[in-house]
Unconditional design. Structure first.
Length: 145
């Protein structure tokens, strides 16, 4: 299995900014994407990823759908929902749909980082050939060549 990614699906940069503050010194890099379609493409390539979905009034339907789909199609992936405090009453609905956590304040991102550490430590990585190991350490993807 390819290495897992930390995927953030949001239209703003609010959560990515705050997460980058908390992720300094961590071995993973965040991959910020603007649409669920882009996030699905990344999940297909890296099925053990951690995906952070931004919840807004405009995205509520697609987020619920995405949580259910991610849980069913990518059992090694984990989904977390982030949003404003207005969404707190919906936390358990989001968890029922497949979110492993819901964060409604940047002050609670420490909890998300701890969850990410546990997730990335537990996702199995298949043995790689020498060629695959070299490509995996390069800063660009093999598909570009």
């Amino acid at each position: 299995m390819k290495k897992s990614k930390f995927i953030i699906c949001e239209n703003s940069t609010h959560w990515a900014f705050h997460l980058s503050e908390h992720c300094r010194g961590e071995p993973w890099r965040m991959n910020q994407l603007r649409s669920p379609v882009q996030s699905w493409k990344e999940l297909e390539r890296f099925p053990g990823s951690l995906v952070v979905w931004e919840l807004t009034e405009r995205t509520i339907g697609s987020i619920i759908e995405s949580l259910i789909r991610a849980t069913n199609c990518f059992p090694l992936a984990r989904s977390v929902v982030v949003g404003t405090r207005d969404w707190c009453p919906y936390e358990w609905i989001l968890r029922e749909a497949g979110a492993v956590d819901a964060v409604f304040s940047p002050r609670d991102l420490g909890r998300l980082i701890r969850l990410a550490k546990r997730h990335f430590e537990s996702v199995p990585i298949a043995p790689q050939s020498w060629n695959e190991r070299i490509w995996s350490r390069l800063p660009w993807e093999k598909e570009h060549f």
